[in-house]
Design a protein around this ligand. Sequence first.
Ligand code: NAD
Ligand code: MG
Length: 384
Amino acid sequence: MTRSISILGATGSIGASTLDLLRRNRGAWKVVALTANSRVAELAALAREFDADIAVVADERYLPQLREALSGTGIATAGGAAALCEASARPVDMTVAAIVGCAGLAPVMAAVARGGTIALANQEALVSAGDILMSAVERHKATVLPTDSEHNAIFQCLSGNRFVDIRSITLTASGGPFRAWSQDQLATATREQALRHPNWDMGAKITIDSATMMNKGLEFIEAYHLFPVELDQLRILVHPQSVVHSMVEYRDGSTLAQLGPSDMRVPIANCLAWPERMETPMASLDLAAIGELSFFAPDEERFPATRLAREAAQSGGAAPAVLNAANEAAVAAFLAGKIAFSHITVVVERTLQRSIPRGPTSLEEVLEIDANARVWANELMEHV
Ligand code: NAD
Ligand code: MG
């Protein structure tokens, strides 16, 4: 049976992994909407290849180019933020939410509002608007399938168990390229060094987040919203080999873990086929070849990001949205060569020291908090 699918952020790393799986299962999927921010040529090529119903470019300035690239194909085109949400609201069996940053929140909310099934990779949406997003999921009877590798691992480890029996959940972290670096070395880390992740091939923003460990901080908040646990039941463990993708401990002393290669096609396939399983090109896990798995407690002196995220989650209200926005602004500034690597978390911490607004109650309020926090973070960056 053919199922319909839309991919928000089709030109990114998660988008590419998803499309690779679809390519291997041609005929199983009907592509409805594909979206991108600005890479029009790539978007148009994908829309043609998968014979999408509609291609949407978020940055409206590129719409004329997209129209031209798809003229005569019968594929509809659209541009801008509203068009992105409209495309996301089109009925499909599965929406893959793979836009990076809070920019993905409104389109995710549009998919939620039609009660869709959403494979959610876009962690920033959940960090910025966790309560609003999850209550909308409940209200509209939508389904969120966790696609982030750790959350997908947890999701799999929870299957068949009762939530009341959970003692703790442990998110594993690779530790990133600077895991063994001293504080002094961290101060000199360059963009190129930070972009070289030891285990995963991902978009630039999340790769920098992995280097600062803010990725694990965002995932901590993400896990809190996705799973029925309190903050003090959530742990972080550094595991450089990225083989154990996360674990759930039950009250009888059993710990369940999910293991696999460091390839996002595994968790994406789990979401695409859920509750069944599908074939992927992954080789079998060869633990004898890997030999050893190691685990370390995180060092929050050198990598304060997980502490900042935990504190933001404890404060609640708008703090997680401010944390996320300040981090997005600081990472963009680091990538543009404007601030040093170690200043990313300094900017986030100082932004969180501003008076934090009360918890947002609507999507509009989240977006306003997000915009204001970016302004604050950019002001602070002048002085770090
Ligand atoms: P990426 O940078 O490779 O791709 C991002 C996609 O979003 C692109 O298609 C881009 O066109 C689109 N986009 C960017 N800015 C946009 C905007 N303002 N409006 C609309 N669209 C926009 O990122 P990625 O690595 O694929 O990550 C996507 C999301 O998945 C992120 O939230 C990331 O944290 C999460 N995630 C990624 C991985 C991974 O392995 N790449 C793993 C876990 C979670
Ligand atoms: Mg992850």
